[in-house]
Design a protein around this ligand. Structure first.
Ligand SMILES: [Zn+2]
Length: 397
């Protein structure tokens, strides 16, 4: 263990530089409240080199960072230097090279411990479906952060696992139902997730397919050979409708993601046919940027629709204040949730929390100062979005 900071870390003072803009009681509350991070992934289990780190702080590209630039010169890079440097015992806004030199002195577990403990989170709700061999499991996250975790089951991963395990296409519909029945009896699994955005886009037929069509689609997938990758709307619509019938919240990746995804086909308004017909379990629209205004509208229009602006909060850095303000445009406050969508570098698990608190303080502080709401109202809004809505939807205590 090196450095001066204790493993529990001191949470950065999220209102340094803007104290007068955030009324005292709201600021005190935003510094203290423990958030439920309702959509998050693990942290890197192995040390990454600088190129790997810089690639991990660029969501869109799948190429190495070009030699003429550094990803530190981005809103997220600035935010890392601003808010994460002090957690490693450095001056705020220390240079990128100094930051990297210091960071490289810590092992992956030490980094996870420091940043996750400083995040002020009450519970991680973890999506385990992506690159699971490179990142910490929910149990490891809990051991390193001393914060409890729950998990979310990816529907496409479940389909691939079943068919890879040798379930025949004919048996598949029944096997999928049985696996879902099992999953929902596990109290640790509080929801399911679909990455239809990555696999088909949203402009597909969302009607519920009969079992014969599902078996035929499974047969086509297996016949293709190689590593299975579910990208058939029949299989995806089947999974979503079956999951909805089991009553668990369904998370849906919306918008912002890497360039494998056709961003233009992930506007959540394209989900209208599904939202109108699905068994009305909570549908959690994740990320949503740059479609967060559409998501807010849907959250207002449908009782079962909720949304967050996770991921984008980190990637917008200082500009996340305007994103958080826009996310408050239309949706009832009971329909929005906090998430970091952090994946990989544990800086992201901390930053989501820091940037959200800061943005909520600045935006709601302005509402209070201009007489739009009381300080008590603002604190209640913070608690709903940061804690209570997730507790209600996922049944967390
Ligand atoms: Zn995610």
């Amino acid at each position: 263990m090196i450095g001066e900071a204790t493993p529990t870390g001191d949470r950065p003072d999220v209102f340094s530089g803007v104290r007068d803009d955030v009324p005292d009681a709201l600021a005190r509350h935003l510094r203290a409240v423990h958030l439920i991070d309702h959509h998050v992934h693990g942290t890197f289990t192995r040390a990454v080199d600088r190129a790997g780190f810089e690639a991990a702080i660029n969501e869109g590209s799948t190429d190495p960072v070009p030699a003429f630039m550094t990803q530190f010169d981005s809103p997220l890079g600035l935010a890392i230097r601003r808010w994460c440097a002090p957690v490693l015992g450095l001056e705020s806004l220390t240079g990128a090279d100094e930051y990297w030199f210091r960071r490289a002195q810590f092992g992956p577990d030490e980094l996870t411990e420091r940043f996750l403990r400083a995040a002020g989170v009450a519970r991680w709700v973890v999506d385990t479906g992506f690159k699971g061999d490179q990142i910490t499991t929910p149990a490891q996250m809990t051991a390193l952060s001393d914060i409890p975790s729950s998990s979310v089951l990816r529907l496409e991963r479940l389909t691939e696992d079943l068919l890879e395990a040798g379930i025949s296409p004919q048996e598949y519909p029944e096997a999928f139902r049985a696996a879902l029945d099992d999953a929902v009896t596990d109290p640790h699994t509080v929801g399911v997730k679909t990455i239809a955005a990555y696999r088909t886009g949203f402009d597909v037929d969302w009607s519920r397919p009969p079992d014969a069509d599902v078996a035929a689609a499974a047969d086509r997938l297996v016949a293709r050979g190689g590593e299975l990758r579910v990208d058939d709307p029949v299989l995806i619509a089947f999974g979503v409708h079956e999951a909805a019938e089991r009553g668990r919240p369904i998370q849906v990746h919306v918008g912002f993601g890497d360039r494998d995804l056709d961003l233009n086909r992930t506007d959540p308004l394209l989900l209208l046919p599904l939202l109108r017909t699905i068994t009305p379990v909570p549908v959690m629209l994740l990320h949503c940027y740059p479609f967060h205004r559409q998501a807010g509208y849907l959250a207002q229009a449908f009782d079962h629709v909720h949304f967050d602006v996770g991921l984008a909060i980190n990637f917008l850095g200082v500009r996340s204040t305007s994103l958080v303000a826009e996310a408050l445009d239309t949706a009832p406050f009971a329909k929005q949730l906090y998430s970091s969508d952090a994946f990989g570098p544990p800086e992201l698990h901390l930053l989501g929390s820091v940037l959200w608190r800061r943005a909520m303080g600045l935006v709601l502080g302005d509402w209070i100062r201009t007489g739009a709401c009381t300080e008590e109202d603002a604190i209640r809004i913070v608690d709903m979005i940061g804690v209570h809505n997730a507790a209600r939807v996922y049944g967390l205590t």
